[in-house]
Design a protein around this ligand. Structure first.
Ligand code: NAD
Length: 360
């Protein structure tokens, strides 16, 4: 039997609960994984003085694959996002987030099976920011005001939105290759090119160029992000694969999670050249930490994506079927599968145990 070594990052808040639940479910499939657990996030600050120790990056570089729980990012100030830092440091440029309906999930929609492909390295998430009042910021504002007809107010903070031809073509090609490999029919490029002509406009023109290479094999169209939001809520079945720049990809991911019954069900993967981190779309939900309450499905389904990535297609299918059966039966499911608060539900561990039982 093939043996794998995988980095395990439990994360912050509810992270350890969902990450261990997913690890146990993956192990229960019988696949031979030697897990290398590393500390990252708030817990790492105490021991290593940084939320993203070099040892974490080294472990992922060595093992090539990681399963990760969410990590907290302080809002407005404090350390920068470790999640974004990991993706950038390892150039995990493609964020893959399937949004699929499972019978039993709390949602108005039945016919949702779409995949979000989010560019992970650029856009307003590049982390190129200049604080209001700082000397560098003033110099940048002065330089821009000299070159631009439109002026920036002197008391502004500035975030830069870089979009390159290289990264745009790379992510669109990833989306088309994913569509081909997974028998998808259509790729939709999402943008705001009517307003941001030199960034989103570039993204769209790169998408059109790459799409022409797949003409006759995969359908292609584009949508403006605000209109797409309305269309997704109205008729999500009209969409298949969506490819988006970083910021829209982040927001639309949560919208699509809402379509399928909430963040507790939405898995994800961050993929680069020969390396990948698998993690749920949701964050560390600190108010639920340690309560054995939240839904482990998103992280377990991230484990399914990981098994597929490792080439363990059949095992991945078995695990997904076990998750599907437990959700459909609706007996051992967490609170977010219930319409009313007074309906009985089980905890994180009990739901994972029910999934493991199905694998026996
Ligand atoms: P969140 O996703 O952590 O939680 C928002 C709400 O979604 C929760 O209050 C809960 O109602 C629901 N929810 C989330 N996960 C759930 C689950 N597994 N089961 C059931 N319900 C669930 O978003 P937030 O509160 O905006 O962010 C909290 C922290 O997480 C922040 O520090 C944020 O930066 C971080 N974050 C991390 C990641 C990541 O690690 N990739 C992603 C998003 C947010």
């Amino acid at each position: 039997m093939k043996k794998y070594k995988v980095t395990l990052i439990p994360g912050d808040g509810i992270g350890p609960e969902v990450a261990y639940a997913a690890k146990d479910c993956v192990d229960a499939t019988g696949v031979n994984i030697d897990w290398e657990e590393v500390v990252c996030g708030e817990a790492a600050i105490k021991d290593f003085g940084t939320p993203l120790p070099e040892a974490v990056l080294d472990s992922i570089r060595k093992n090539k694959v990681a399963l990760k729980g969410p990590i907290t990012t302080p809002v407005g100030s404090g350390f920068r996002s470790v999640n974004v830092g990991l993706r950038q440091a390892l150039d995990l440029y493609a964020c893959l987030r399937p949004a699929k309906y499972y019978e039993g999930a709390q949602t108005r929609y039945r016919d949702v099976d779409l995949v979000i492909v989010r560019e992970n390295s650029e856009d307003l998430y590049a982390g190129i920011e200049f604080a209001e009042g700082a000397a560098d910021t003033k110099a940048i504002i002065t330089a821009i005001n000299e070159k631009s007809v439109k002026k920036i107010r002197g008391d502004s903070g500035v975030s830069i939105k870089p979009i390159s031809k290289f990264a745009s073509k790379r992510i669109v090609r990833f989306a088309f290759e994913y569509a081909l490999k997974n028998k998808r029919k259509k790729v939709t490029c999402v943008h705001k090119a009517n307003i941001m002509k030199f960034t989103d406009g570039l993204f769209l023109s790169c998408a059109r160029e790459v799409a022409s290479e797949y003409a006759g094999k995969i359908e292609f169209n584009d949508a403006i992000v605000d209109n797409l939001s309305m269309q997704l809520v109205k008729a999500p079945h009209n969409f298949d694969v969506l490819v988006l720049p970083n910021l829209y990809g982040d927001i639309i991911s949560d919208l699509c999670a809402g379509l399928i019954g909430g963040l507790g069900i939405a898995p994800g993967a961050n993929i680069g050249e020969g390396m990948a981190i698998f993690e749920p779309v949701h964050g560390s939900a600190p108010k639920y930490a340690g309560l054995n309450k939240v839904n482990p499905t998103a992280t377990i389904l991230s484990g399914v994506l990981m098994l597929k990535y490792l080439g363990e297609e059949k095992t991945a299918e078995r695990l997904e079927n076990a998750v599907r059966d437990v959700i459909k039966e609706g007996k051992f499911v967490t609170y977010d599968f219930r319409l009313r608060k007074d309906e009985p539900s089980v905890g994180t561990r009990e739901m994972a145990a029910a999934i493991i039982e199905k694998l026996k």
